[in-house]
Design a binder for this molecule. Structure first.
Ligand SMILES: Cc1ncc(COP(=O)(O)O)c(C=O)c1O
Length: 443
């Protein structure tokens, strides 16, 4: 976490928090905020802080990919494979080396897939569902299959498990990872629990990274189910915001091997937020036993993925150092956006004692917790003033946030100017909804 304290030099420390205000003070506050809200509504804005997409400037960074290959280029791999033709089920060697370095795994433990890691996760659940894992009963033949879902978490993970009718059990997240006391207890007692969704580094939506202790406890899980797997989605492995303050995690495959459970983890990643989302390359890293099983299925699904794109990525980056340099350019574009969001939250909400938010050092999101029971109303109000946020509740399984509190902020896509305006509207909405709530409680 970024431990920089809010900059309070411009904050009037004598200001009352909303909880300290009496009815008249709150009524005055609501009247002022309504006027401000109306002023924004009259501006007829269309701003979007909903999805974690790179902005145009970030996409421009990868335009060199388009020049890495052309009609004159030799499209053969180092081993002579002609990338223009069919074949090579698990990816070309040089792509495995590049993505292996990115994922901190040996190329031998990697299968390169197509353009989306989410697709790989879906296929992984689907295979377990229809065919089972390593000789265990296919999940579709079991009465009940459950997954643990650290919350708040990534809505598209939850969508996959919901699609397969898998029951999702929320587990609270902490700044050091999921609550491991709960994970250990549930996983060891209940053999219908077959998996857990994890975003271990710069998590979606909080930007939290798992501590060494958390990773070690994951590797030492003793699940009741023999086919329990950790779904380790390392989407933001090299997505640091700061050069001098980065998170490093213990590598989970190596740790599971050390703990005697080499097959317990599937690790996923992609270059979606490194080059072009939807036109990058995705991969799974896992044990040799798991790889063998996956390849036995994959061979029925495809003759091979897009090797030309794999080669293009290798030629563009050269090696992992090229990729890391490239990520510094992304950081230079998005860091000011993260800092603007935090500055506005610190300025407009902290003095009034409203809400909590994370201060990530990487990844794509900031997680905002509104006072209980306010999130839906805030997102609705923001929408009516032209600001689209991720739907309230989206960060919970079945879109049900029991506290109606969590809102995911995605700062990367809008321009810095639009983002500041959107955040200013957002904080007006937060204050308005909360002041109204407190007034309602006084009636
Ligand atoms: C945690 C996480 N995993 C996966 C994805 C999507 O990855 P891909 O584009 O490789 O399917 C995202 C995108 O927001 C994400 O936040």
């Amino acid at each position: 976490m970024n431990n920089k304290k809010p900059d309070l030099k411009n904050v009037d420390l004598k200001v009352k928090t909303y909880k300290e205000m009496n009815k008249e003070e709150l009524q005055r506050e609501v009247a002022n905020l309504k006027a401000e809200y109306k002023r924004y509504q009259d501006m007829d804005l269309t701003l979007n802080m909903a999805r974690g997409k790179p902005c145009h400037e970030q996409l421009d960074l990868s335009m060199g990919l388009m020049d890495a290959l052309n009609s004159e280029a030799d499209l053969s791999c180092e081993d002579g494979t002609d990338c223009r033709n069919y074949g090579v089920l698990d990816g070309i060697q040089e792509a495995k080396e590049l993505i292996g370095a990115m994922m901190e795994n040996s190329p031998d433990n990697i299968i390169i897939y197509g353009n989306s890691s989410l697709n790989v996760m879906y296929d992984t659940v689907s295979r377990a569902y229809t065919h089972g894992i390593m000789g265990n009963t296919p999940w579709c033949k079991l009465d009940k299959v459950k997954f643990l879902c650290p919350v708040p978490g990534y809505d598209r993970h939850f969508a996959i498990t919901q699609y397969f009718g898998i029951e999702m059990i929320p587990v609270p997240m902490t700044p050091t990872g999921p609550d491991m006391d709960i994970v250990e207890k549930l996983v060891s007692e209940d053999e219908t629990i077959k998996g857990i969704w994890c975003v271990p580094k710069y998590s979606n939506p909080q930007g939290y990274s798992y501590s060494d202790d958390t990773v070690r406890r994951f590797a030492r899980l003793r699940p009741a189910a023999r086919d329990f797997r950790i779904f380790w989605d390392n989407a933001y492995g090299i997505h640091h915001l700061y050069d001098d303050d980065q998170d490093y995690l213990i590598e989970i495959l190596a740790e599971c091997k050390k703990a005697g459970s080499p097959d317990m983890v599937y690790k996923f990643s992609s270059t979606s937020k490194i080059t072009f989302p939807g036109s990058g390359i995705a991969a799974i890293a896992t044990s040799l036993n798991n790889l063998e099983e996956i390849k036995a299925q994959l061979t029925n699904q495809t003759i091979g993925h897009d090797k030309v794109n794999q080669l293009r990525h290798v030629r563009f980056f050269g090696d992992i150092n090229g990729m890391k340099e490239h990520m510094k350019k992304h950081a230079a574009i998005i860091r000011p956006k993260f800092e603007a969001v935090l500055e506005i939250l610190d300025r407009d909400l902290a003095p009034y004692g409203i809400g909590d938010w994370t201060r990530p050092k990487g990844g794509y999101f900031i997680s905002f917790d509104a006072p209980e029971g306010c999130a839906k109303a805030i997102v609705d109000r923001a929408k009516k003033a032209g600001v689209t946020m991720t739907g309230a509740g989206a960060t919970y399984p079945y879109k049900k946030d029991p506290h109606d509190s969590n809102i995911r902020i995605a700062p990367t896509y809008p321009s810095l100017g639009d983002l500041r305006t959107a955040m200013e509207i957002f904080t007006v909405c937060v204050r308005l909804v909360y002041a109204n709530k407190l007034l309602g409680e006084m009636e």
